[in-house]
Design a protein around this ligand. Structure first.
Ligand SMILES: Cc1cc2nc3c(=O)[nH]c(=O)nc-3n(C[C@H](O)[C@H](O)[C@H](O)COP(=O)(O)O)c2cc1C
Length: 321
C-alpha cells in the first residue's frame, strides 16, 4: 500500500467504481481533469461568477464536472453534455477542432478541445457553462493551461515528501468531536497554515484517508495544540489511526465544549468557516476565537520526511547579533 504525503496510508484511487484509470506517469487522467476543473472553478469564484465546468476525455466520457458559486445544477448538466458532445464530434469529424486553439462557443457555454503531444491519448474537451461568456472563456482557458501543465508525470509522493521535508514545520495535534460518539477524534498534523490575521484564519489540511476526515469536514469547531520538545512520542502515538489512540492522553475541555491537549506549548480553538476539497486532502479553514501561548519553551519540529527535532526560542534581535 502506498504511503501518502504525510505518512498516511493512501487509499487506492477510484471514483464511482468506474473502470480503468489511464496513467500519465503517476497521474491518472481523472486526476488531471480534476486539477483543471478546480483551477477553472477557483477563477470563477474569484470573480463571484456562477459557472459549471466539465472535462471529457477524447472518447466523450465525462471525467470530472462540478459547479461553483450559486450556479444552478442545469449549468453542470449543460457543461457535461457540451464537453461530451464536443469530444465525440471531434472524434467523428474533427468539426470542432479550431486551428488557433481558441474556445469554440457552442450555444450557451464554451467548449474547448485540447490536443496532446501524443495525439488522441492526451485529448480532452473542456466545457464551461455560466452566466457570462467572458468568464466562461477565461475559465476554459485556465482549465486548458492546467491540463497542459499537469499532463507531465510530476513528482511522486515519496519524492515530494523528500523535497517538502526541507521545509521545517512545527508539530500540532488537531482535535474535534465525533458527531456519533461525542468523543475526541483527531491526529498529529503539520499541515497547518496561518491564512489571515484580520480576520484570524488558519487552514488545516486533512487527508481523505484519515478516519477523522468526515468529522473534520462536518465539524463547527476544532482545536489545535502545538507540541513542545519532548512530545515526539505523543506525536507518533496520535499519528495512529482511530480514536482509541486518545486513551491515556490528558485532554481539557475548552469554553465551548471542544477538547485540546492538557500539555502543549500553545493552543487555539477555531470555528469552521470554510472547507476546500482539493487533491487527496481537504483544507479546513477555521476562524480562531481563542488562542493561548502556555510557555516559551523549546518546540517540537518535523522535517526530512520523518525526523523530529527541537528548537530553542530565540528573539529576532538575538538572532541578528
Ligand atoms: C509529523 C506528522 C504530521 C502529519 N500531518 C498531517 C496533516 O497535516 N494532515 C493529515 O491529514 N495527516 C497528517 N499526518 C498523518 C495523520 O496523523 C495520520 O494519518 C493519522 O493516522 C490520522 O488519524 P485518523 O485516521 O484517526 O484520523 C501527519 C503525521 C505525522 C507523523
Amino acid at each position: 500500500m502506498q504511503r501518502g504525503l504525510l505518512g498516511r496510508r493512501a487509499v487506492p484511487h477510484r471514483r464511482g467504481g468506474s473502470p480503468p484509470l489511464w496513467h500519465h506517469g503517476r497521474r491518472t487522467r481523472m486526476d488531471i481533469a480534476q486539477a483543471a476543473l478546480e483551477s477553472a472553478l477557483s477563477l470563477a469564484t474569484l470573480h463571484g461568477e456562477p459557472v459549471a465546468v466539465a472535462v471529457a476525455d477524447g472518447s466523450g466520457r465525462c471525467l470530472a464536472s462540478s459547479r461553483g458559486g450559486d450556479a444552478d445544477w442545469t449549468f453542470e448538466t449543460e457543461a457535461r453534455a457540451l464537453a461530451e458532445a464536443s469530444a465525440r464530434a471531434r472524434l467523428d469529424s474533427a468539426a470542432l477542432r479550431r486551428a488557433d486553439g481558441a474556445p469554440e462557443r457552442v450555444g450557451r457555454g464554451t467548449s474547448l478541445l485540447v490536443g496532446g503531444p501524443d495525439g488522441m491519448d492526451l485529448d480532452f474537451a473542456v466545457a464551461v457553462s455560466g452566466a457570462s461568456a467572458e468568464i466562461e472563456r477565461a475559465c476554459a482557458e485556465r482549465a486548458v493551461q492546467m491540463l497542459a501543465r499537469t499532463s507531465g508525470s510530476g513528482p511522486g509522493s515519496a519524492e515530494l515528501r523528500r523535497v517538502m521535508g526541507s521545509f521545517v514545520t512545527g508539530v500540532a495535534v488537531a482535535i474535534t468531536t465525533d458527531p456519533g460518539t461525542g468523543g475526541p477524534v483527531g491526529f498529529t498534523a503539520t499541515g497547518l497554515v496561518s491564512l489571515s490575521l484580520d480576520p484570524p484564519l488558519v487552514g488545516l489540511s486533512v487527508g481523505h484517508a484519515a478516519s477523522s476526515h468526515p468529522a473534520f469536514v462536518r465539524c463547527t469547531d476544532f482545536t489545535v495544540s502545538v507540541l513542545h520538545a519532548g512530545q515526539s512520542d505523543l506525536a507518533v502515538q496520535l499519528a495512529r489511526s482511530g480514536p482509541e489512540k486518545f486513551g491515556g492522553v490528558d485532554l481539557v475541555e475548552t469554553a465551548r465544549g471542544g477538547r485540546r491537549l492538557a500539555d502543549a506549548s500553545a493552543a487555539f480553538s477555531a470555528r469552521t468557516r470554510n472547507t476546500l476539497r482539493t487533491g487527496d486532502h481537504t483544507l479546513v479553514i477555521g476562524e480562531v476565537y481563542e488562542a493561548r501561548l502556555f510557555a516559551e519553551r523549546p518546540v517540537l519540529l518535523f522535517f526530512g520526511g520523518g525526523r523530529f527535532g527541537d528548537a530553542e526560542p530565540r528573539s529576532a534581535a538575538a538572532a541578528a547579533r
